[in-house]
Design a protein around this ligand. Structure first.
Ligand code: ASP
Ligand code: MG
Length: 459
């Protein structure tokens, strides 16, 4: 069996729904379990509706119109959808009268997005003769703690999913069983209240189902060609990475590449279930597969990413050389101010690190650090990261710096990540795009030399 997850933009309107229904048809023999997000921006719109209700206004027009228009265009029965929309209106009216909302009722409110989308999609599949059944995720076993808005699934979820979907998953090709279409993002707590799994949580729903049922693979369908060698807005000729490891994807996700959140990959990482990122506009392309470790030979450089707008903090100890406890003290202060650090490089008496430029605590942080160190703060920097096999770091660094030196680009700090899959460099924000393009050309361009130079798989 496989799990097929479609995000909000893949179900944004009737046309998109028709399109992905055909994709599901293609994979019908693979016994898919389908997981959906809310249509388009519905989750955001529901949060917005909650805000409006708190100010006494019931604003539901956009959400209602989108769902009713879709029902009409797809020519499916409207009762299920109308009933949910009425329930939603009642809820918003209640909030608007009380002018009060709890985390629990907010989860109940945003759950309508996914609950509506699965009803619509499943009804549509049935009208085109693909037997299907919508499922609110709790009906197949999704049970969580009561940490509303960001709930954690309870371990028994896995076992219950096997009980509820096991026979579908292991069934025979033409046994006529209905394809389950499951709400992403949602669960129920032990008290029976709806919870949500955090923004982007539908991916987690998909990987939990995939891991429970030991799926052949979990497919997450996007509008781009899987994982790319660089952000296509920076490097238009970026192409897809056929195979990446969970570690590499975690680094990419951190740098804002639109892949999967590391949290949502964990269930499949534990069972070794492959996750495949596919392009709904390019169905036959293999996309990118995420695996626990490389077994085939792959080029040493996988992707180049950048994170703009960071601030570089240089901290030089004013105490004696060789004194212990310097780093401990530095990080203690960062922890006390709750400032998260991205990239770090150290020497005996100094440490350089980057923080997000929006960090508000910077001046108080500086004051505390200044008690035992000289502090220089440099703004408008960017991190450029090479996701690569760091066992080849000497070669990669030599090649990288040769290119950058030739173009007179100065790198202000460099750090090789402990995850063994990344080398990060700090440059001026204004130069970041150029650096990414130069390196992409060097490692992936037509005259690249490194691509032919493959490295073995095992770590
Ligand atoms: N609809 C939810 C969100 O927008 C969950 C998801 O899309 O994964 O965050
Ligand atoms: Mg969404």
């Amino acid at each position: 069996m496989i799990v097929m997850k479609f995000g909000g933009s893949s179900v944004a309107n009737a046309d998109r729904i028709r399109h992905i229904a055909e994709i599901v048809r293609e994979y019908r023999d693979h016994r898919p379990v389908v997981v959906l997000s809310a249509m388009g921006d519905t989750t955001d719109d529901l949060f917005e509706a909650a805000e409006q209700a708190l100010h006494g206004h019931v604003v539901l027009d956009k959400i209602e119109k989108l769902h009713l228009d879709t029902v009409k265009a797809l020519e499916i029965p409207h009762e299920e959808v109308t009933r949910r929309l009425n329930e939603l209106r009642t809820l918003l009216t209640g909030i608007s009268m009380l002018k009060e909302i709890t985390p629990r009722s907010r989860d109940y409110l945003v759950s309508f997005g996914e609950r509506l989308s699965v009803r619509i999609f499943s009804a549509y599949l049935n009208t085109i003769n693909i037997r299907s059944e919508f499922q609110d995720s709790w009906d197949i076993g999704f049970i969580s703690d009561s940490n509303y808005n960001n709930a954690e699934l309870l371990p028994e979820t896995y076992e219950t999913i096997r009980k509820t979907l096991g026979s579908y998953a292991s069934g025979k090709k033409d046994d006529g069983k209905a394809i389950p279409v499951v709400t992403g993002f949602l669960a129920l707590d032990k008290k029976g209240f709806i919870t949500t799994l955090g923004r982007g949580g539908s991916d987690l729903t998909a990987t939990v189902i995939g891991a429970s049922l030991r799926a052949e693979e979990v497919q997450t369908w996007k509008d781009v060609d899987g994982i790319l060698t660089a952000d296509p807005r920076i490097v238009p000729e970026a192409h897809s990475v056929p195979v990446a490891t969970y570690d590499e994807v975690a680094e990419l996700a951190y740098f804002g590449a639109q892949v999967l959140h590391p949290r949502s990959m964990r269930p499949c990482l534990q069972t070794g279930t492959p996750v495949r990122v596919k392009n709904s506009y390019n169905i036959s392309a293999p996309g990118s597969i995420i695996v626990t470790k490389h077994t085939e030979k792959v080029p040493p450089v996988r992707a180049i990413t950048t994170k703009q707008n960071v601030t570089l903090v240089d901290i030089v100890s004013t105490r004696m050389l060789g004194q212990y406890g310097f780093l401990a003290k530095v990080f203690e202060i960062f922890a006390a101010h709750e400032v998260s650090v991205d990239v770090v490089a150290t020497s005996e008496v100094s440490v350089s690190l980057t923080v997000d430029e929006k960090t508000e605590e910077l001046s108080s942080l500086r004051r505390d650090l200044a008690k035992f160190a000289e502090v220089t703060i440099r703004k408008d920097k960017a991190i450029v990261t090479i996701i690569c096999d760091v066992r080849r770091s000497s070669q990669i660094l030599a090649q990288t710096f040769k290119v950058l030196a030739l173009k007179k680009i100065n790198i202000q700090m460099i750090s090789q990540g402990a995850s063994k899959v990344n080398i990060s460099m700090i440059c001026n924000s204004s130069e970041a795009v150029r650096v990414v393009r130069l390196l992409h050309q060097e490692y992936f361009g037509s005259d690249s030399t490194v691509l032919t130079n493959t490295s073995g798989g095992k770590k």
